[in-house]
Design a protein around this ligand. Sequence first.
Ligand code: PLP
Length: 422
Amino acid sequence: MSETSAELVERAARVIPGGVNSGRRRTTPPLVVQNARGAYLEDADGQQLVDYYGGAGTAVLGHADPFVTESVASASARGLHAGVGVSLPEIELAEQLTEVIPSADQVLLCNSGSEATAYAVRLARAVTNRPFIVRMEGSYHGWHDAVIPFSPGVVPHVNGLTLTCTYNNLAVLDELFRRYPDRIAGVILEPLVHNCGPTVMPDDGYLKAVRALCDDFGALLIFDEVVTGVRHHLGGVQALWGIHPHLTTMGKALGNGFPIGVVAGPSHLMQQWNTHDDGKAVFAGTFNGNGAAVAAALAVLDRLRDGQAHAHMFRLGEAMRTGLQEVADRAGVQAHATGFGSAFTLWFGPRPRCHLDVRKGDHQLFARYRRTLRTLGHFEKADVDGGRSVISASHTERDIAATLEAAGPALRAALDAGRGES
Ligand SMILES: Cc1ncc(COP(=O)(O)O)c(C=O)c1O
């Protein structure tokens, strides 16, 4: 690292604990971003990187998309935040979201994915009058107590209200429902898991069976589509696969870099919020429906509506997965190019069906491979936690080809370094 980055890292660490503003932003070696445009990052040393982290999956159109920036700039000129009542752009965004999300008659806006999942959990508890929430090990739904029960600072009686289950394992979920038949308010899951390194796809029939169990036991199924929503389809994977949850959360790609979260569902549930005369569950937030985020989201929906950008990203995603699998096969290493649509992860281990399989992967090789790739100008976060990579509408076939060309030498170097260590 040059003086410039090293100095900034040191300055950051003096005044920001660990030098980063989220535990999920830690990466080794540290990264100081100077600017992010289209498919590229530039670090403080001037190194250009083809970026596959995409602002933690937010930059579906690419960084600093001019259409989004222009939409936000013109909204800014009109004033971004009266903070009372509603505005025409908020109405238009809600109309468009309810049009594209199959399970939603109504939506509410907040500022992040974590807020959205916190609200969804609250609503499930409010309408069922039950305490327990089921989450899947290996998934991530944000930073709040109900979905991160293991964090220090979560008091034991709150921690005890979250039950942890295994993705793709109906027997474990069935057992939980039988043990607590009238205590489980809801099950929250990523319909396909993008948060544990490799992408974990649902087994055939799994999501339908989870919905049926929830219905049988009077619990709500929450699809956390914070990553999958907009990125894989404007209405989330529920629109692609025809499986409908009771409640849906979205965020990330909808704002293309501007902070937004969405809670969506049928009217009879959504009207339980105290935004409605008949509702009592508290939904509040000074910045909900903020004009910048709403203008960005309207621009994103506009840009993606005709399906061309999705087709482009899915094509590049497929090319990347196919190419990476070939690279790994040529290197003679056990690997699976996992992913879906624009998301991909070259995973060194057995094809994962749940977090237990993820533990069996070669996490060291994963980190070494990605760190080496970075030295060659291609950025994939070298941490299994949050290590999903994404392609944006700004990436080109040339970007993918260049990354695939670098992937072979990076993998060979990572394998050699591993042999050196053992
Ligand atoms: C599936 C999922 N849900 C929720 C969240 C939390 O969103 P945010 O970081 O915007 O609070 C994330 C963040 O990575 C996520 O991946």
